[in-house]
Design a protein around this ligand. Structure first.
Ligand code: MOS
Length: 758
């Protein structure tokens, strides 16, 4: 992979650390094994729980015979609905912070089985191996209810669809219709009417879900090492269910080995581990198996119907985007799927809908760029098809229909350099060398195809708090209860703090993933850089104000009478903006003050006025080259250029890594990923790494990332949009469009496997 990191315009001073491609501050701990994940905390006297999963999709547990299991020496307990104590949530269905509408799944609540692989029991023993063995001996009898359906197509054919209700935080209902899409479609000379589908996909983070719950004794209760995207969310959920105070449910989540949305909601192993620890008054760890990782939420199987029409010049005349997605029987998981089409293009006649149907699976979950990855695949393939029909180059078609305002909200974008993404991406890729006809480019036996697509994602922010603490020895610690799921949060917190107080990065430590720290939301939605970054900056500024006051108390202080706005923090000094010789070393301020530490706490939250005035989005343009073996139908993605405009870039190295990861996943979504449902059994069949395909190094070739920086004062104090998700958008569509260009074949059903191409 190429290493193109342009020096971003953000860097203005030699001392600036924001904007520099610094390596991860947590990198050494991760590669050396010093970084501990939830299942790696070896607390004393630890027992192990093994989860027993339902083999049936629907029915009732009629009998649990635990006697033989309990007779095994070393087995401590078998938990099931038969012996779970009365819990707060048996009276009320407590939701986690980001639960969708409906009633959340309650493990071991009653005899009902609602989906295949549902946890039905927990066997606790002195070792993991013993617990696993004992679980294999446990006999559970079921009354199978054959009247279930896991097939979305069947639910649709039976007329089970309903308009998705509101309820999930952040979900945008489909935009209202504009103009007359039917009439405009019929009248236009070029039309595309097609359905695009992808089946169920599962998050496959390296780290399995696990919770190590340390029993601290009565009155102190629990220290919970949890795999999650939000320590605070787990705490909230656990404390409500078990009636614990926040102090009694202390949650730690220092490192997360990938989550991609699967850890936004607390997973059921957290509940099970806490239950066992409280009931047994003992430390307990519960880890999911790899197979069980396919039971806790997934990207929803979705069918999308698009109707697009254009005039002879290539201007869009009509745009309809309708999505139909699965949800569970007990919750209405909602994603924003269709709105992106309306945000990306200018069109006078539009119509959107988003329907759900209930099937007998677990509730789908957010998965990297939830909704947008789904929607952008469909709209960007359909746009490509329409561009071909209108005889316009696909890139030119997108330029013709470019919009400077968000048509769905009728607001200007706070910033949008998508045209520059198109330009820089096309130049880097060499798009002008493309011959438009399908099958017109080849290399020997390989059909060469070039395709492109675009995407957009929310530039979001959430209320977040942070603390800054500077010791007399000059070491700064910044902290927040946020998580770092591998995105680089530790690193950018360190950079922002070092920059704000003019200290070297080596003198700054970032601490996170602990509910005793200032509160922060889950890490998700690409909002953490904006939220935690801005909170850290605010806390450091508050600390800076205190330092200035202390500096002004010094005898003969050169900073007497100067306002905070008129000082800068550079090279370990406070100095006057207008006269940098009026300067005091921070070390001297601390030494003179006699304080051991100076601390400040502050926070950041979205600016409601700007949110009303502007539409805030990141954008990207993706260019893909595929080579398709004409005889075998094998597709190789040989080259990708992904140009991303996501506001200010705090760290081009970690930002690039996020875009690389998103690009790899987009290729994976296009060519490989699918969880197969056996609708007779209502069960996912390829729930393992052998049969659920994800790319390996040999599948990934050259990926070139271009970061197109945007200056944007409207977003948040740091001017960042977040970059965790935007990089995935458009990739699957660009691959599919490139395959069409190579082969002349449109495949509208992901993944694009050989059988569909031959
Ligand atoms: Mo992301 S799907 O918001 O973790």
């Amino acid at each position: 992979m190429s290493q193109t990191i342009a020096t971003p315009p953000t860097i203005r001073l030699d001392s600036d650390v924001i904007g520099r491609p610094v390596s991860r501050t947590d990198g050494a701990a991760k590669v050396s094994g010093a970084a501990k994940y939830a299942a790696e905390y070896n607390v004393p006297n630890l027992w192990h729980g093994y989860i027993v999963s339902s083999p049936i999709a629907k029915g009732k547990i009629t009998k649990i015979d635990a006697a033989a299991v309990l007779a095994i020496p070393g087995v401590q307990q078998v938990f099931s609905h038969e012996n779970v104590p009365s819990l707060a949530w048996f009276d009320r269905s407590y939701k986690d912070d980001i639960a969708p509408g409906g009633s959340p799944f309650r493990p071991l609540h009653n005899a009902d089985v609602l989906f295949s692989m549902q946890p039905v029991a927990l066997v606790v023993a002195e070792t993991f191996e013993l617990a696993r063995y004992a679980a294999s001996v446990l006999r559970i009898e079921y009354a199978v209810d054959e009247d279930f359906n896991t097939d979305l197509e069947k639910a649709r054919a039976a007329g089970k669809g309903f308009d998705a209700p509101k309820g999930k935080p952040g979900f945008l209902p489909p935009p209202k219709p504009k103009g007359d899409a039917d009439k405009a479609f019929k009248a236009a000379p070029h039309q595309v009417e097609a359905a695009y589908t992808h089946h169920t996909q599962h998050h496959n983070p390296m780290e399995m879900f696990a919770s190590t719950v340390e029993w601290l004794g009565d009155g102190k209760k629990l220290k919970i090492y949890d795999k999650t995207q939000g320590a605070g969310n787990t705490q909230q959920y656990i404390s409500k269910i078990f009636g614990l105070s926040k102090e009694e449910a202390w949650v730690i989540s220092k490192y997360t080995g990938g989550a991609f949305g699967s850890g936004l909601r607390p997973q059921y192993q957290s509940f099970l581990a806490v239950l066992a620890a409280l009931e047994l008054a003992h430390s307990v760890r519960v880890s999911m198996t790899r197979q069980q990782m396919f039971s806790m939420g997934h990207r929803a199987h979705t069918i999308q119907d698009l109707k697009l029409a254009a005039d002879d010049q290539g201007y869009l005349q009509a745009l309809e985007h309708h999505a139909f997605a699965e949800t569970s029987q007990f919750e209405n998981e909602t994603e924003t799927v269709v709105n992106w089409s309306g945000i990306l293009y200018k069109c006078a006649n539009t119509k959107f809908s988003y329907e759900l149907a209930k099937v007998d699976v677990n509730t789908p979950a957010d998965m990297r760029a939830p909704g947008a990855a789904t929607g952008s695949f469909a709209i960007e393939c359909a746009i490509d098809e329409l561009a071909y029909k209108a005889g316009v180059d696909p890139l030119e078609f997108r330029r013709l229909n470019y919009t400077y305002r968000d048509p769905t909200e009728d607001k200007p974008f706070s910033s949008k350099r998508l045209l520059d993404c198109y330009q820089e991406g096309a130049t880097r890729f060499g798009w002008d060398q493309r011959t438009p006809e399908p099958r017109s480019m080849r290399e020997g036996n390989m059909l060469v195809g070039w395709g492109m697509a675009t995407g957009c994602w929310d530039a979001a922010m959430q209320k977040t708090a942070a603390k800054a603490s500077l010791t007399a020895a000059g070491h700064l610690t910044v902290s927040s209860a946020t998580n770092d799921i591998g995105t680089g949060t530790y690193t950018i917190m360190t950079q922002v703090a070092a920059q704000t107080l003019g200290l070297p990065m080596a003198d700054v430590t970032a601490v996170l993933g602990d509910t005793t720290l200032p509160p922060a939301p889950v890490q998700g939605g690409s909002w953490t850089a904006a939220s935690t970054g801005s909170a850290v900056q605010a806390a450091c500024q508050e600390l800076g104000k205190k330092l200035l006051k202390l500096a002004q108390k010094m005898a003969d202080s050169p900073l007497k009478g100067i306002a905070f706005e008129d000082v800068q923090f550079v090279d370990g000094h406070l100095r006057a903006n207008e006269d940098i010789d009026r300067s005091v070393a921070i070390a001297d301020v601390l030494a003179t003050s006699g304080e051991a530490t100076v601390e400040a706490e502050s926070g950041a939250e979205p600016n409601p006025v700007n949110m009303l005035k502007y539409s805030m989005h990141s954008h990207n343009a993706v260019f893909v080259e595929v080579k398709v073996d004409e005889d075998l139908g094998t597709v190789h993605v040989t080259r990708v250029v992904n140009a991303v405009a996501a506001g200010r870039v705090l760290n081009p190295k970690t930002a690039r890594s996020q875009v690389l990861g998103g690009t790899v996943w987009g290729i994976s979504m296009a060519l490989m990923e699918e969880t197969f449902l056996d609708n007779n059994l209502g069960r996912y069949m390829n729930h393992n790494y052998a049969e659920y395909h994800v790319p390996v190094n040999a599948d990934i070739h050259k990926i070139d990332v271009i970061l197109v920086e945007e200056e944007d004062d409207h977003l948040n104090p740091l001017g960042v949009k977040g970059i965790g998700e935007i990089g995935m958008l458009g990739v699957a569509a660009a691959v599919a469009n490139a395959v069409y260009h190579a082969t002349g074949k449109r495949v509208r059903d992901l993944p694009l496997t050989i059988d569909k191409l031959l």
